[in-house]
Design a binder for this molecule. Sequence first.
Ligand SMILES: C[S@@+](CC[C@H](N)C(=O)[O-])C[C@H]1O[C@@H](n2cnc3c(N)ncnc32)[C@H](O)[C@@H]1O
Length: 208
Amino acid sequence: MRKLTPELLDRLPHDDPGALRSRRDLRRINRFMGNESWIISVMPKRANHITEIGAGDGQLILKISQLRPDFEITAYDLAPRPAHLPHSVKWIEGDLFSQAPSSHGGTLIANLFLHHFTDAQLETLGKWIRSFQTIIINEPLRARLPMLLGKIAAPFVHPITRHDMRVSIEAGFAPGELAKTLELAKHGYHFREMTDWRGAIRVLASRV
Ligand SMILES: C[S@@+](CC[C@H](N)C(=O)[O-])C[C@H]1O[C@@H](n2cnc3c(N)ncnc32)[C@H](O)[C@@H]1O
């Protein structure tokens, strides 16, 4: 069963020194888990509109904008626009639940974001997510090995990260849960789900 506990990073001001340290840890965790390179490897090759929800400090969206200047890019987060993003990236600050679903379609990316929400919230978000043609999701895998890896990494990360890493895995997903809660098959998506031993569960879905 998923267990939801508030993450400390979400409660801190964006410029809090602990939050800055923890975001730096998150970049290292993303690198170790191979999350961003997997997302980039499965992105559509032709020109596209990319939308990232819960884009954090904008690192992934920055990489995508550098690799694919022909893509239109929109990012959503509670956090203010990161200073390093090019003007071509549209940044929408605020609670995603209060935003109208996108009307432009294209590709949706959610990296380490959906585990923040209850199943009921995810059902609501499902409507939002299903306005996209392609959906790329990378989330924590709720399993013993990722929990053990988190314990091994604990001495090397900031206390905020240590707490958030554990609660993220507890709120993460077991195989089958994400696609079911987001009702992907029911709404005509073909999808593949895969797990990675470094602690990721990944869904790549396309509307037929
Ligand atoms: C664990 S961080 C992941 C950030 C980024 N995807 C990464 O991998 O570095 C989750 C992000 O979701 C954002 N977030 C949480 N709840 C949100 C909401 N209701 N609406 C928009 N963004 C939200 C937080 O501000 C945070 O930046």
